[in-house]
Design a protein around this ligand. Structure first.
Ligand SMILES: Cc1ncc(COP(=O)(O)O)c(C=O)c1O
Length: 467
């Protein structure tokens, strides 16, 4: 037995009732974290069962479920391999991979509609920026970002998100991922060794902190946001949050919880990282301003154009408290000597001329229509289903009544029918909120923004026929 299988041993000694699930979670974690590398061939179910001292059925079930979720793949003949690790760990990369020919409808969340990218406006901005840019504009940029872009972003974020946005505190980065990595690096250098992450939450956060040498503590949610008692008990002083539209549950942190979270940060002399990943998309609820606007010295705020324009642009922003600003800028400088100047100038022009606001309006209209299509298709095909987290964002949570469960069987069936879905449980760390739903309900995270209303309706119909 290699050390990789030793990773699964604790799961094998879980109490009999929980053993199957513990095994699946341990296997998922091993793939997500890269401890089982992409392409690794797994032992036969018979051998692994013997090594772990569990029934062969449990191993077969775990292999089948993780294959359905995309973590593993099975060959034509016998054999099971670890799937592409990046695809398993990062929803975004997975989404952008070519769709396999057997997938008829892909509800995996994380991707906007890339066909809405404003090509002509972008091309016009590109031409004019190139024509106008003085030669010195092609030198190494200010590591914080071009002053012109930081000024445009400060105005935009203050107006749209209620952010307290001093251009001097903005750092232009290549996305939320880089913002998180820079911040994690700075915090590590200042002694931070653990950070709290939402559970369920984005696997990206844990992976990015891990790469900076910071361990993550999963923190459960309640209906209002991060649950307070576990946060206080955790001992962490840094917490990563998605308050506008929690990923993946879609809840908006309540006003009370926002205040409590900030009070916590002050009481531990800590920091909240606010990932405003889809904060621009609100449909029918009152705008929820950024947490950062309530206490800019306790919140680092980050966002990007990955949902509003395209993730391939690799462009985002980080607003840091004064006490971290110099360290973060220095880290950005040593990482890559600044963000590409032409891209920055282009985006600055795009924002200044109102093209970005226009793009947000176009997306907002399209995504609201798609959300409505999803909600009505689910109501038609899955009577009794509850759909939540729909006031904002690019995905929703569908809770299907017990008769469709158990969840794993449902997911396996619809996957076999060519409908890609992610159960909420796939985003859980320790099965707190994200554990399989009580009583055999099925809880799915359904991304809809990248699908036309027609494809959404067809996909839901296919799911209903299979499930
Ligand atoms: C929770 C969350 N935040 C942010 C991002 C976007 O990261 P980036 O801005 O680096 O593209 C993602 C992408 O999937 C995400 O899931």
């Amino acid at each position: 037995m290699t050390s990789a299988w030793e990773l699964l041993l604790p799961a094998a000694s879980a109490p009999a009732r929980a053993r199957g699930r513990a095994l699946r979670e341990a296997l998922r974690d091993a793939v997500r974290s890269g401890r089982l590398a992409a392409g690794t061939r797994l032992p036969s179910s018979r051998d692994l069962a013997a090594d772990l001292g569990v029934s062969r059925g449990l191993v077969t079930e775990a292999y089948e479920q993780l294959t359905a979720e995309g973590y593993l793949r099975s060959g034509r003949g016998a054999g099971t391999w670890v799937g592409d690790a990046v695809r398993a760990a990062r929803p975004r990369a997975r989404d952008l991979a070519p769709r396999s020919s057997g997938v008829h409808a892909d509800f995996v969340p994380g991707t906007p509609d890339l066909s809405l990218f404003p090509r002509s406006a972008w091309a016009a901005a590109q031409r004019s920026v190139l024509a106008d840019l003085p030669h010195e504009g092609l030198g190494y940029p200010d590591p914080r970002g071009l002053p012109r872009l930081r000024t445009a972003l400060a105005e935009l974020l203050a107006r749209r998100r209620g952010v307290v946005a001093d251009p001097e505190r903005i750092v232009v980065v290549s996305g939320v991922a880089q913002a998180t990595a820079l911040l994690a690096g700075v915090l590590h250098a200042r002694g931070t060794r653990t950070a709290g992450v939402e559970d369920p939450g984005s696997p990206q956060h844990s992976a990015l902190y891990a790469s900076a040498g910071i361990g993550t503590v999963p923190l459960p949610l309640d209906r209002e946001g991060l649950a307070l008692a576990p946060l206080h008990a955790s001992g962490v002083r840094v917490a990563v949050t998605t308050p506008a539209h929690q990923f993946p549950t879609g809840i908006a942190y309540s006003a009370r919880r926002r205040a409590e979270l900030l009070a916590w940060a002050r009481s531990v002399d800590g920091l909240v990282l606010e990932d405003d990943y889809d904060g621009d998309f609100r449909y029918d609820r009152a705008p929820v301003g950024a947490l950062q606007g309530l206490d800019p010295e306790r919140v680092a705020y980050t966002g990007s154009v990955s949902k509003s324009l395209a993730p391939g642009l690799r462009l985002g922003w980080l607003l840091v408290p004064d006490w971290l600003a110099d360290d973060v800028v220095e880290r950005k400088r040593t990482t890559d000597l600044g963000h590409p100047a032409l891209d920055q100038a282009l985006f600055a022009r795009f924002v200044e001329r109102g093209d970005y606001d226009r793009q947000l309006r176009v997306c907002q209209r399209a995504y609201r229509e798609r959300r409505d299509a999803l909600v009505s298709a689910l109501a038609g095909h899955f009577p009794g289903a509850r759909v939540t987290g729909i006031a904002a964002g690019l995905h929703a949570i569908a809770t299907l009544p017990e008769r469709y469960g158990p969840e794993e069987r449902f997911v396996t069936r619809v996957t076999q029918a060519g409908v890609a879905v992610r159960p909420l449980a796939a985003y859980g760390h320790e099965g707190t909120v994200a554990g399989p739903a009580a009583g055999g309900e099925v809880r799915l995270v359904l991304g809809y923004a990248h699908l036309t209303p027609g494809r959404i309706r067809a996909g839901v119909a296919r799911m209903a026929a299979a499930g």
